[in-house]
Every structure is written in C-alpha cells, then in structure tokens.
Write a protein that binds this ligand. Structure first.
Ligand SMILES: Cc1ncc(C[n+]2csc(CCOP(=O)(O)OP(=O)(O)O)c2C)c(N)n1
Ligand SMILES: [Mg+2]
Length: 398
C-alpha cells in the first residue's frame, strides 16, 4: 500500500506559533490524516467494489495500532502460559491475522454481530473482553470472561457469539443471527467467520443458499490463512478463489494483512447487507505464524523460510507501523511508548491470570440455563443431582 498524501495538522497555527517564537516540537507537527492506495480488490458478481483509496485519521491510526499490538502480545503470553502448562486443553493462536479482526471491527456499528471459530482470543478482546478476561479464561480462573468454564474456544461478549470448536458449525449459526437481525427489523448484520478449511464443508453451501434466497444480512468472511491444520488450501480446495464460492452471492477478495483494506471492504459489505441486498462473501488473505494449535509446531507442512518471509514482507503490524510513521501520523517514539504500555498491561494481566482462583464446585452447574427452568442438573450418576443457579445475567439475552 502506497502513501498518497498526508495532511499536516494546523499548518497555519504552526506558522503562527513560529511567528510567536514558539518552536514546533515533533508532537504538534503530526499529520491529522493520511491516505493510502490499497492493493486492488478482486470482485465477484459486483460491477464496482470498495474504493482503493483509503483515508485514516491520526486517532484511528493509534487505535488500530494499539488493538493489533495488544492481540499480538496477548497471544505471545498465551503461548508461554501453554508451554508452562498453566493453560491446558486447546489453544489456537491468532498471531499474523490481527488485521482481519481489527479491520472488520473498525467498520462495524454497535448493533452488528460477530461469530467465529476456535481462533477466538483476538476477536474476544476486540469485541470487548479485557486482556485479563481472555487470559484468565485461558487459565480457567474466575476472572475469566466465562468464569473459567469456557476456555480457549468459548468466550463471548455483547454481540459476540464465540468461539466455536466444531469446524464450520458457526456458519449456519451466523446466518441464524443475521436472520434474527432482519426479523427484528434492525439494519444490523452478522459477520460470520470461517477458515479456508471450513470453506469446503457442505453446511456452508447450504446456508449460502438460504442466505441468498432470503436476502439475509450475513457477511461471510473466509479467513484464508493458507492452511487447514497441516493441509494447504491448494491441496484441499478445487477452487481456491474463496470469494467466488457463494455462486450468485457477490464476493470480494481483500488483502487481509492490510488493516485499512479490510476496513474498507467491510464498510462496503456492511452497506451492501444493511441496504437489503442480501449476503456477501469476503475472502481475507492472511497468514498464521504459529502452528494450527499449540500441539503443532507448524513446520512439517511449510518451511521456516515461508513463515519468515511473511513476517518480513507482509506482517500486518510492521507494515502498518511503517505507513503511519512515514506519513507523519505518529512518531516512532510514540509507538514505543504504546508498546511498553501494552507490555505492562498484558504482563499484569498474565500475573493475575496465574494467581486468581478457580471457581468453586457449586458453580459447576451454574448458568447452564439463562432462565432457571431446570432446578436440578444430572450429576455423574442419576441419583444425586446438583442444584442449578444463575450467577450473572446472560450476555446476549434481550
Ligand atoms: C467437524 C470437525 N472436523 C474436524 C475438526 C478438527 N479440526 C479442527 S481445526 C481444523 C482445520 C480447519 O482449518 P481452517 O478452517 O482453515 O481454519 P484455521 O484453523 O486455519 O483457522 C480441523 C480439521 C473439527 N474441530 N471439527
Ligand atoms: Mg485455515
């Protein structure tokens, strides 16, 4: 992405300051906004796509940098906690894919919904869960966003429907959420994410069909990170142009390593769905740095050089950082300060996530039902049921 222009903040004010003898410091010489040219979008069943000219403000630049960096840092910490055996069970990291979550979220309105698969830590955070809420959930502690009962794949928040461990199963659910949006007369959309591997499942095509038939406001997002576990997309899919696979549903290919391109494509998709035109498919071309999960070193089906090359040439954070520094939206020093703030925030959260308590046994059968319809829950045997109780309000129950 090439910088095409940067507008400098308060040039007149600056001249006046200089005239008054006040030296301009780097701090008050920022550009307030800059524009960039994205890679071309590829279009399917669309005459015109999103604009390749994107504008970003200084405030948004800082916000997106902060969000992407927080996800990266949190995932590094999660990886370490797993290696220390403090996180147990499954743990799928999102490092490398940050621009997809941050770019999509930047284009959503508060009433839009999101559902994803098991690579859900970054999404949970971006949808409102604090680093402590995520990391404590991973370590199974009571400060976790699901009080430690959900773990890596089952985190939720307002308008965020998880965290789903069965490959592809969230796609019909996402269409259902979008159908509810339409049924309730909101103009909300549901962003339904799935991987390149999941994209080959039959249920995905069944709901493509229903969504188009009923013009359901669902944004299908295929996060194509190149692999489904150890199988490359090329080996698994006869057609790897995932943005075309909705047949009559329009589709857009977007560089998923460029947060601004993702934001622009999502804005377009939201507008498309919210104006009653039905679903749309986005394919975000991205990459995962870690193995599929913590038990996969991730180097038997791809080379270390391949990973290294992506890190060096397409990393979503480094490339964004270069853009916003070179257009004078921010300074390198400012980003360094943000880096160290994020580091201490995540370190602090990690410390707490290790030290917090697990929930007590009586919570084992709590919050199973949103409405307390069954007072007793079957135990490991049928004769000693455990009481059901509600602890907190259900997150997405209106
Ligand atoms: C129904 C089902 N089949 C198989 C699995 C095992 N499995 C977990 S992840 C995965 C690969 C999915 O790859 P992709 O959709 O590309 O997502 P990514 O992991 O790359 O984010 C498989 C086969 C599962 N969880 N559920
Ligand atoms: Mg994949």
């Amino acid at each position: 992405m090439l910088p095409s222009c940067a507008r400098t903040f308060g040039k007149k004010a600056l001249t006046q300051k200089k005239a008054l003898g006040l030296l301009s410091t780097a701090k008050n010489n920022y550009a307030t906004e800059a524009s960039f040219e994205t890679k071309p979008f590829r279009l399917h069943n669309l005459e015109q796509g999103p604009s390749t000219n994107v504008i970003i403000s200084r405030d948004d630049a800082l916000k997106y940098y902060n969000q992407m960096h927080t996800i990266r840092r949190m995932e590094t910490s999660a990886g370490n906690l797993y290696k220390e055996k403090i996180i147990r069970g499954f743990c799928h990291l999102y490092s490398g894919q940050e621009a997809v979550a941050v770019g999509i979220k930047a284009a959503l309105r508060p009433h839009d919904a999101v559902i994803t698969a098991y690579r859900a830590h970054g999404w949970s955070h971006i949808m409102g869960v604090s680093p402590l809420g995520v990391l404590s959930e991973l370590t199974g502690r009571q400060t976790g966003c699901a009080r430690g009962k959900g773990g890596s794949m089952h985190m939720y928040s307002q308008n965020f429907y998880g965290g789903n461990g069965i490959v592809g199963a969230q796609v019909p659910l996402g269409v259902g959420i979008a159908l509810a949006q339409k049924y309730n007369g909101t103009d909300g959309v549901c962003v339904t994410l799935y991987g390149d591997g999941a994209a080959n499942q039959g249920q995905v095509f069944e709901v493509y069909n229903m969504a188009k038939l009923w013009d359901i406001p669902c944004i299908f997002v295929c996060e194509n990170n190149g692999y489904g576990m150890g199988t490359s997309a090329e080996r698994a899919a006869a057609n790897t142009a995932f943005y075309t696979r909705g047949d009559v549903i329009p589709g857009i290919w977007v560089d998923g390593m460029d947060i601004l391109a993702v934001r622009e494509a999502t804005r377009y998709a939201v507008q498309h769905c919210a104006s009653g035109k039905g679903p749309i498919v986005l394919e975000a071309a991205t990459y995962r740095y870690s193995g599929h999960s913590m038990s996969d070193p991730g180097t038997s089906y791809r080379t270390r050089d391949e990973i290294q090359e992506v890190r060096q040439t397409r990393d979503p954070i480094t490339s964004f950082k270069e853009k916003i520094i070179s257009t004078n939206l921010v300074t390198a020093d400012e980003l360094k300060t943000i880096d160290s703030e994020i580091r201490s925030q995540v370190d602090e959260a990690t410390k707490k996530a290790k030290a917090e308590k697990e929930i007590s046994m009586d919570e084992l059968t709590a919050d199973i039902y949103a409405n307390d319809i069954e007072e007793q829950i079957r135990n490991i045997g049928p004769f000693n049921p455990l009481p059901h109780k509600r602890i907190g309000p259900a997150v997405n129950l209106k």
